[in-house]
Design a binder for this molecule. Structure first.
Ligand code: PAF
Length: 286
């Protein structure tokens, strides 16, 4: 497994693969990898000839009061995990390589970027889209793998790819949960033992939504209200949002119909966690 830190090193490798006609799979990450990331890597390895993983904690997607500086980082651990998975190349650029002095260009997906997480994290998706487009231009992948855990990110990146005619297929994959149901996230490391227990309320509220939907409840406001009531019983939880929206437009729904996203963001102590379930033609996924 090679590690490239500069654009020149990365391009050399990519061009050699392109010349040979190899299919390139890509998994963009911010590092501190867990089973969720590794599931994306495994999928990429199955469907592509070579797999590139980027590790870059992107300062442009963090707000001024957010955890950019304290975001967990451990390259040696990540490198060992990726080596074991048989990844071909890790792109690990320093901030100056991605954003040299005088950097001025940004990508925005209007409207979608302002809903759900975008409401409480202004500028977040502008940062995500900008870095992902830059990474796509550098890595030139045929397929890029993202987890459904960040459902809004998936929807927005699909729109960016469609609108900008990017020659890459976004492949969303199921979110991965810990044995007790908590969705895996690098930020779970912030939780104390007590908070870790309290955090299970996110999944419990989605279980409740699933139960209500399976029993035939169609009123989105009722489902939302019951989820809010359940989360409010947890003293360490503070709701950022609980929403029932259309899975493509992210517009709030009155009735459960078509493709639906039930999404929530909840602070457990100082840690903001997100989770979701999706209703698609094949059934309920969470
Ligand atoms: O999902 C993430 O880890 C990040 O938002 C991404 C896609 C790597 C962009 O920085």
């Amino acid at each position: 497994m090679e590690i490239a830190s500069t654009v020149i090193e990365l391009r050399e490798k990519i061009q050699a693969w392109k010349k040979k006609g190899l299919k390139i799979g890509f998994v963009p990450t911010m590092g501190y990898l867990h089973e969720g990331h590794l599931s994306l890597v495994r999928e990429s390895k199955k469907s592509s000839d070579v797999t590139v993983v980027s590790i870059f904690v992107n300062p442009k997607q963090f707000g001024p009061a957010e955890d950019y500086r304290t975001y967990p980082r451990d390259l040696e651990r990540d490198r060992a995990l990726l080596e074991r998975e048989g990844v071909d190349l890790v792109f690990y650029p320093p901030v100056e390589v991605m954003y040299p002095e005088g950097y001025k260009t940004y990508v925005e997906v209007e409207d979608l970027q302002d809903k759900l997480c975008g409401k409480s994290r202004p500028g977040h998706f502008r940062g995500v889209c900008t870095v992902v487009l830059k990474l796509f231009n550098l890595v030139q992948p045929d397929e890029a793998h993202f987890g459904w855990k960040d459902a809004q990110q998936v929807i927005i990146l699909q729109k960016m790819v469609e609108d900008l005619n990017l020659p890459v297929k976004i492949v969303p994959l199921p979110l991965v949960r810990d044995h007790d149901g908590l969705a895996l996230s690098s930020r779970n490391t912030y939780l104390s033992r007590e908070e870790r227990q309290a955090a299970l309320v996110l999944k419990k509220s989605l279980d409740l939504a699933e139960k209500l939907i399976r029993e035939g409840e169609k009123d989105a406001a009722k489902i939302r209200q019951k989820m809010i009531e359940l989360i409010s019983t947890e003293p360490l939880a503070r709701i950022d949002y609980v929403e029932v929206v259309n899975l493509k437009t992210l517009e709030r729904l009155e009735t459960i119909e078509g493709q639906v996203l039930v999404a929530l963001a909840v602070f457990i102590g100082r840690t903001r966690l997100i989770d979701n379930l999706r209703i698609v033609s094949g059934g309920i996924e969470k």
